[in-house]
Design a protein around this ligand. Structure first.
Ligand SMILES: [Zn+2]
Length: 361
């Protein structure tokens, strides 16, 4: 987005409007000081993007360090709230007025020239010189990139592939759902293993109740459900949110229940170890689900279901919190790249080199 005031100020220094004035990707761009510069506003901040090639090598690492140092020293004056110097360009975010923003653009250009960064004569993707062929202006959202014909076609193909791929991925959520269930099942097994081996070992003397700590395994079940989904399906859709949360809770509850029943074989109020054959008795399975103790005997036996539901609630809470954290961490990334890509041929020969010479003097 861009406001009229900023657009007017920018057009005074040679910028032109790209896109419709009212569209969300409306922005201005120009070949300015020998660089293709895009400018726009986002969330009340002014942003500028300078397209160039900045290959990762030793010499450039020094330049990058040098420029970062220089930037940090100037951020206050130009009200720079953020900047990013990458291999294919520089992005600066300014929280100041239009005048400050324009000064910042000039400052960036002079800094780029000072560090001998290759501008409009070179492709911002492969770094090759354009020569006689006109370069292509490739637009990602509000950022304009200058590329040679070959790189522009590659970028376009890559974009189209990614688009069809993501459409394709939509249809294949089933492996993700199955993966999520299978991994969550492993989490249930962890519950059972802890109840079967760890709890009797620790609780054998009757002094400590480790079952409340075992409840934390609910978080492990949620993490496994999440990993299982991500392994088999990269695309994040409603299916991911539903299956990870449902399986987290379902398999936590299952693990908690089966674990409690099995532990009851080994440790129970009567103090005897029940034989495994007790499991064939339906009543044995119900002990944890409902209070089976008759009212007149209530003072002689502890109600197992009360403890079980308490443990179930704690472990479900662990699972829910862990699943929520993991799923929310995905949101930002899945929204990120949805901008359309456009390719246009532009001429930079007239203004580019001339301005560069002027500035170099
Ligand atoms: Zn190229």
């Amino acid at each position: 987005m861009i406001t009229k005031n900023l657009a007017n100020a920018l057009s005074d220094i040679g910028f032109t409007y790209a896109d419709g004035e009212k569209s969300a990707s409306a922005h201005c761009y120009a070949v300015y000081g020998g660089y293709l510069v895009s400018a726009y506003e986002d969330g009340g901040k002014k942003k500028a993007y300078f397209s160039f090639r900045f290959n990762e090598n030793e010499e450039n690492a020094i330049k990058r360090y040098d420029m970062s140092e220089q930037f940090s020293a100037e951020t206050e004056e130009f009200e720079v709230t953020d900047y990013e110097l990458g291999e294919d360009g520089l992005k600066v975010v300014c929280g100041g007025s239009i005048a400050t923003f324009l000064k910042l653009i000039d400052k960036c250009v002079s800094m780029l020239i000072e560090h001998d960064i290759k501008g409009v004569e070179y492709c911002s993707s492969c770094g090759n010189k354009f020569g006689k062929r006109k370069p292509k202006k490739v637009t990602y959202g509000c950022d304009e990139h200058l590329m040679c014909e070959r790189c522009a076609i590659e970028a376009l193909e890559e974009y189209n592939n990614a688009k069809t791929e993501s459409a394709h991925k939509d249809a294949r959520v089933l492996p993700g759902i199955i993966g999520s269930a299978l991994f969550a099942l492993l989490g249930s097994a962890l519950f059972i293993a802890m109840y079967w081996w760890l709890c009797p070992a620790v609780m054998g003397n009757g002094t400590s109740d480790i079952r409340y700590i075992v409840c934390a395994a609910g978080a492990v079940v949620a993490a496994l459900a999440f990993v299982g989904y991500r392994l088999f399906c990269k695309k994040i859709s409603a299916a991911a949110y539903i299956s990870v949360s449902v399986f987290s809770l379902l398999f936590t509850a299952a693990g908690q229940y089966l674990g409690s029943v099995l532990l009851f074989l080994k440790i129970n109020p009567s103090g005897t170890v029940y034989p495994c054959s007790a499991l064939s008795n339906k009543a044995f399975w119900l002990i944890h689900l409902r209070n089976t103790i008759p009212a007149d005997a209530a003072d002689q036996f502890a109600d197992q279901s009360g403890v079980f539901y308490k443990l179930l609630a704690i472990s479900a809470m662990f699972a829910a919190v862990c699943a929520a954290i993991l799923l929310l961490s995905l949101r930002d990334k899945s929204i990120a790249r949805k901008e359309p890509l456009k390719v246009e041929t532009i001429s930079v020969a007239s203004s580019g080199p001339k301005e560069e010479q002027e500035d170099a003097e």
